[in-house]
Write a protein that binds this ligand. Structure first.
Ligand SMILES: Cc1cc2nc3c(=O)[nH]c(=O)nc-3n(C[C@H](O)[C@H](O)[C@H](O)COP(=O)(O)O)c2cc1C
Length: 217
């Protein structure tokens, strides 16, 4: 069994990456009797673009039908992910959306599997389980108030259509810097952030672990 975590943060050991690792730990615990391979794919280590609209993936009789034809760092990765049993995506929220790097990745992952038929059906070779972990500065209340959920829903809609309905979790009010005193920050209180990090982040880590436990049922 192969489960991949896709890290949409440029940081490899901060909020998003930490929660993705916890989720993979949860997966490993839940399927301990079975062989499970897990891997974190750090998107910011890879050189690639979003979809280039070449339509090779939709060309009838073409050698790339149902597959992305662009030969960059994602080519082999997408091949590997096509056989996954589970995909756990993680993204920091950037300007109210998922990170640009993850957005470009999803264009490449999604488009070859989306068929232009009357149902927009899926030709993904596997209906793998999916999950999405969002991390962000804003509090949970603010996230709901300013409409982030409707943006997130769009990604979740395609995950469900192409693969399976994602498990979702949010980590809010994240701790952003190692030392707030070194940066110009007036809109957050470091004390409150530090307190939240101490009390809430460990709970978020537990939630991510549980999400991993529940991924493969
Ligand atoms: C370019 C940029 C834009 C951001 N925009 C938002 C935003 O719109 N809303 C928000 O709540 N947090 C925003 N943040 C904060 C990050 O989402 C938050 O710190 C996140 O937990 C970082 O994840 P990481 O620690 O895994 O890198 C932004 C951060 C950066 C660097």
């Amino acid at each position: 069994m192969k489960i991949y975590a896709i890290n949409g943060s440029p940081r490899k050991n901060k909020n998003t990456a930490t929660l993705l690792q916890k989720a993979l730990d949860g997966v490993k615990q839940s399927v301990k009797d079975q062989e499970v391979e897990t891997e974190i794919i750090n998107l910011y280590d890879l050189k690639y673009t979003g979809c280039k609209s070449c339509f090779a993936c939709k060309r009838l009789g073409g050698s790339s039908y149902g597959k992305c034809a662009i030969r960059d760092d994602l080519y082999e990765i997408l091949e590997k992910l096509s056989q996954a049993d589970g995909l756990i995506f993680g993204s920091p929220v950037y300007f109210g959306n998922i990170s640009g790097q993850l957005q470009s990745f999803l264009e490449r992952l999604f488009f070859p599997y989306l068929v232009y038929d009357s149902n927009y059906s899926s030709i993904s070779p596997k209906r793998m389980q999916t999950a999405f972990i969002y991390t962000m500065n804003v509090t949970e209340e603010k996230m709901k108030e300013i409409g982030y959920l409707s943006t997130f829903n769009k990604v979740e809609f395609y995950l469900e259509r192409l693969f399976a309905k994602p498990l979702v979790m949010y980590s809010n009010d994240t701790y952003q810097f190692d030392d707030y005193s070194k940066y110009k920050v007036e809109c957050f209180s470091e004390e409150e952030k530090a307190e939240h990090r101490k009390i809430q982040f460990p709970l978020d880590c537990e939630k991510a672990f549980e999400l991993g436990v529940n991924l493969i049922k």
